[in-house]
Design a protein around this ligand. Structure first.
Ligand code: SAM
Length: 274
């Protein structure tokens, strides 16, 4: 074990057998393990018979803790950093500690492993050569809708994290922002007992989640295909149909119908005059 190195160690996202032999060896050999939730990581280490001191690392104490961690590393101790599940720093704490260690010239070395976003992408069957990781959408509906609206024209595949509380709302907002017809994949409980990977378009996935309580349970990655080259033409056609319908129907009903007929995102049509 090289002295004074900070190891960023990925842990499983469900199936404990996904902890790599090198991750286990690293956790056994470091002086201490910085963990997001010491109770959870303590259980993981105990499961593997690893007895190492744990240092609690939270978003709110990361800056202060970073200095203490750097001091220990500078004194020659090697430390590991883990999060509750998967790869640290990916929608998880650790970035400030890594930044402080790098600024101090300390070697920071990855021990890679599970990451829910990459695991989901690897089974989605959607274009994966270029993708955008969006992490969690904002909890507030207006901020979430604004963020999705800003992504409507993005041509790369989109990757989102979502929790059981908001999966139905988020899929509804994605339908409105990207259109019912946009291909998508819902990856739930990956590597766990109830692993489910559903594919279809956003309307199909939203309906499945709305009508089946089980499909709202657990942890989710939502993967949405990027906007196609024909997206502009589709929106233009949607607006044309919207204008025709709006002569006879209220704007919201006209937008809903025009979106259904043309596959254009409802958000892009509502309130458009031409
Ligand atoms: N650092 C983790 C990683 O590498 O994937 C992500 C941590 S983030 C706080 C937790 C979110 O990741 C969950 O809300 C869910 O969106 C996603 N996630 C984690 N485990 C998952 C799993 N087994 N199946 C599907 N999504 C998962």
């Amino acid at each position: 074990m090289p002295a004074g190195t900070l190891f960023i160690v990925a842990t499983p996202i469900g199936n404990l057998a996904d902890l790599s032999p090198r991750a286990l060896e690293t956790l056994r050999q470091v002086a201490a393990v910085c963990a997001e939730d010491t109770r959870r990581s303590g259980q993981l280490l105990a499961h593997f018979g690893v007895e190492r001191p744990l240092i609690a690392l939270h978003e709110h104490n990361e800056d202060a803790l970073a200095q203490r961690i750097v001091a220990r590393l500078q004194a020659g101790e090697s430390l590991a950093l883990v999060s509750d599940a998967g790869t640290p720093l990916v929608s998880d704490p650790g970035y400030r500690v890594v930044r402080a260690a790098r600024a101090a010239g300390i070697p920071v070395s990855p021990v890679p492993g599970a990451c829910a976003a990459i695991a989901a992408l690897s089974v989605a069957g959607l274009p994966s050569d270029r993708f955008v990781f969006e992490g969690f959408l904002p909890a507030k509906a207006s901020a979430r809708r604004d963020q999705l609206a800003a992504l409507a024209g993005e041509s790369r595949t989109l990757v989102f994290y979502e929790s059981s509380h908001r999966i139905a709302e988020s899929l509804a907002d994605m339908r409105a922002a990207f259109g019912d017809a946009r291909p998508a994949v819902l990856a739930r409980e990956l590597t766990k007992l109830f692993e489910t990977v559903l594919d279809g378009n956003l309307a199909d996935l939203h309906r499945r989640v709305e009508t089946d309580d089980n499909q709202r349970k657990g942890e989710f990655v939502v993967i949405v295909q990027g906007a196609g080259e024909d997206a502009d033409a589709q929106i233009a056609e949607g607006r044309r149909v919207y204008t025709l319908l709006n002569a006879h129907l209220p704007p919201s009903a006209a937008a809903k119908l025009a979106a259904e007929i043309t596959g254009a995102p409802r958000k892009a049509l509502y309130g458009q005059k031409d």
